[in-house]
Write a protein of this length. Structure first.
Length: 130
């Protein structure tokens, strides 16, 4: 008959199931690795933003102490200028401290108005406070 004389074309159900199983195993391995890489990149971005704020603050203080025109008038102004300079889309930076030697900056991915975990200019974990 016609049906028995045709060559079989296509894949069997077993072959398709094996392919789906292999793809599933590969996805189960790759997705956690990808998510870990994303988290590490976010942490490094926070650390970089906090370090940038610390460097910007040092420059602001230098200008302030040198009497450069347009330099911040107070330590609080220097902190605010450094926060603005280091904050980027998605990363917000806050600084606090009473003297130039004790100022510390905290950067966080979440730019929300609530306190959340981030990294400080020393590389340690901190709580971002807007």
């Amino acid at each position: 008959t016609e049906l028995t004389s045709q060559n079989d074309k296509g894949f069997s159900l077993i072959e398709l199931l094996v392919v789906v199983l292999i793809i599933g195993v590969l996805a189960a391995i790759a997705i956690p690795i990808y998510l870990n890489s994303v988290a590490t990149a976010e942490q490094n971005a926070e650390k970089g933003a906090a370090a940038t704020a610390k460097a910007a603050f040092a420059a602001q203080v230098f200008d302030m102490e040198s009497g450069v025109t347009g330099a911040p008038a107070t330590l609080a102004d220097a902190i605010a200028a450094a926060e603005t300079e280091a904050s980027t889309a998605g990363i917000k930076v806050s600084g606090s401290g009473s003297t130039a030697d004790t100022v510390e900056f905290c950067a966080s991915q979440d730019g929300s108005t609530t306190a959340n975990a981030g990294f400080s200019s020393t590389g340690a974990a901190c709580t971002y406070t807007p």
